[in-house]
Design a protein around this ligand. Structure first.
Ligand SMILES: [Ca+2]
Ligand SMILES: [Ca+2]
Length: 165
């Protein structure tokens, strides 16, 4: 009896497994992509003391604030890591978080979508990291791991594009 039960549950497991695999194979690429911020790491600042950072998305002439969610900027010191989602902050960094960000969806039509990490300045804001994307339909999450160590500053900027319907 025990052996019979075991065999029955084994075959159920196999059927379920093949159903799951079959389902994934038929997934259509999503018509939209969602931008989900993960973290911003200030290894070395653009200014001395503190930088005031924010993230925007630009698409078809419109600019949307992703972080902070409403407007303005977020003050960081050297080695601060603003954590929003995804992988944890690198060892040795000072994790700030958990923060939220806006997660807009954009039509996957190949038009330019710019995701930018900027630093607020009276004499015109500085672009720390600019990531141009031409979104195509996707069925799996795409990860963007950007790092800039130039012009006297060192930042890492992580986000992902998720399929969106
Ligand atoms: Ca500056
Ligand atoms: Ca500044």
């Amino acid at each position: 009896m025990h052996r019979l039960l075991t065999r029955a549950s084994l075959s159920i497991a196999v059927v379920m497994g093949s159903l799951l695999t079959g389902g994934a194979a038929y997934a259509e690429p999503a018509p939209k992509v969602r931008v989900v911020l993960e973290s911003i790491i200030a290894y070395d600042l653009e200014e001395s003391g503190h930088d005031e950072v924010y993230v925007i998305a630009q698409y078809e002439g419109k600019t949307l604030h992703l972080f902070p969610t409403r407007s303005g900027e977020f003050s960081v010191a050297r080695n601060d890591c603003i954590y929003i989602s995804g992988d944890s902050c690198p060892p040795g960094t000072n994790r700030l978080g958990y923060y939220s960000a806006n997660e807009p969806s954009y039509t996957a039509n190949g038009k330019l979508l710019m995701v930018a990490l900027r630093e607020d300045d009276i004499s015109g804001d500085d672009t720390l990291i600019n990531v141009p994307i031409w979104p195509q339909p996707i069925s799996e999450t795409q990860y963007f791991r950007e790092e800039a160590n130039i012009n006297g500053y060192h930042y890492a900027f992580n986000f992902r594009l998720e399929p969106s319907y």
